[in-house]
Design a protein around this ligand. Structure first.
Ligand SMILES: Cc1ncc(COP(=O)(O)O)c(C=O)c1O
Length: 363
């Protein structure tokens, strides 16, 4: 029934990608990062599918964590950006959320709180990303202050985040690892560095805890082929269908602003997907679309609800024929590159208009 734009989410692929993360670093605990609605895949369904496998989840804020708890997710949940307001500390303790401590305000919020039990803290140090995190020279002092504070759980985790781990030729990651190692010297605590690119691309980056996100959803964080990342299985397939087919003459133009003009007699298929669904408006003419499983180029502007595709070279395209915008057969990273962005953004900014349907498979 209804509009053919739909995203199917393969939860078996999600679990298989998580298992791959575990295999890369079997001695580590790898949490599953499910922030931003599990990168657009539906946080509750994804967390449910992973709950039996993972030691913990990671999210960006307490609202995301509460959504998971209310849906029955029981594993610890790390708030990757820490608390935003002081009242979150007590809630974190009650709900078994872990707090990333990134600055003096976070420290103060914990020290001045009255939690019902000690709060579990991760201490993030800025080793070169320069976005969040304690200064390297503050780490030891704050670690001891919190260790001596009865409101903080005895076992803290020391963490950092990479700026350039997706670029395997960039030494910045090794410099961050070396600085992290140096600032953690003398502190006997578990460590955490690796995101997806760190886990797959930098063996030195794995530690007691890893924090993979994007890879779980089946795409590579690297721009070039990579022997491990190429084993990932895309979790989302964004589908739609043909809702119009017409022949136009050479010299006819298509869509808003008539930005594309046919050089030959052409067959144009109109597809029910647009920027109102999260398909990127900046996808230019030439962006690949799979119509009946075959590649054809998008032509003209992306509209809110539709795109137009030149199917002149495909055999007999008809109304209701199936279309894939990205998925196993067409990497989201490829579509993203055409639109001048990254797969992360396309997956994450899917709008609520596209229904998600789940392929559950065996748990
Ligand atoms: C602190 C932190 N850890 C881990 C991740 C997961 O990164 P990725 O999705 O690249 O694996 C993120 C994502 O931005 C993050 O901010």
């Amino acid at each position: 029934m209804g509009r053919p734009a739909k995203a199917s989410i393969d939860l078996n692929a999600l679990r298989s990608n998580y298992r791959l993360a575990q295999q890369i670093s079997p001695a580590s605990n790898s949490m599953a990062v499910v922030k931003a609605n599990a990168y657009g895949h539906g946080a509750v369904a994804c967390a449910n599918a992973l709950e039996g496998l993972v030691p913990a989840f990671g999210v960006a804020c307490i609202e995301e964590a509460i959504t998971l708890r209310m849906a029955g997710i029981r594993k610890p949940i790390l708030l990757l950006e820490g608390s935003f307001t002081a009242d979150e500390v007590a809630i974190a303790v009650q709900q078994n959320f872990w707090l990333m401590v990134e600055n003096a305000q976070h420290v103060e919020q914990i020290v001045s709180s009255s939690p019902s039990a000690p709060v579990k803290v991760w201490l993030k140090v800025d080793t070169g990303m320069h976005r969040l995190g304690l200064d390297p020279d503050e780490l030891t002092g704050i670690y001891h202050k919190l260790r001596d504070c009865s409101k903080v759980d005895d076992e803290m985790v020391l963490a950092t985040h990479f700026a350039c781990a997706d670029d395997l030729d960039n030494d910045a990651t090794l410099q961050q690892i070396a600085l992290f190692d140096a600032v953690c010297q003398g502190i006997d605590a578990p460590r955490s560095m690796a995101n997806s690119a760190g886990l797959m691309g930098w063996p030195q980056a794995t530690a007691e805890w890893n924090r993979p996100g994007f890879m779980l959803y089946g795409s590579s964080p690297f721009e070039t082929p990579h022997e491990i990342a190429d084993l990932l299985r895309p979790v989302m397939t964004l589908r739609s269908g043909v809702i119009g087919v017409r022949e136009i003459e050479a010299g006819d133009s298509v869509g808003y602003a008539h930005s594309w003009t046919a050089r030959r007699r052409s067959v144009i298929a109109t597809i029910a997907i647009g920027y109102g669904d999260g398909y990127p408006r900046h996808a230019p003419t030439g962006t690949p679309v799979l119509v009946n499983g075959q590649r054809a180029p998008l032509v003209g502007r992306v509209s809110m609800d539709m795109i137009t595709v030149d199917v002149t070279d495909l055999p007999s395209v008809a109304l209701n024929d199936p279309v894939i915008l990205w998925g196993k057969e067409l990497p989201v990273n490829e579509v993203a590159a055409c639109a001048g962005t990254i797969g992360y953004e396309l997956l994450t900014r899917m709008t609520g208009r596209v229904p998600l349907s789940y392929i559950r498979g065996d748990v």
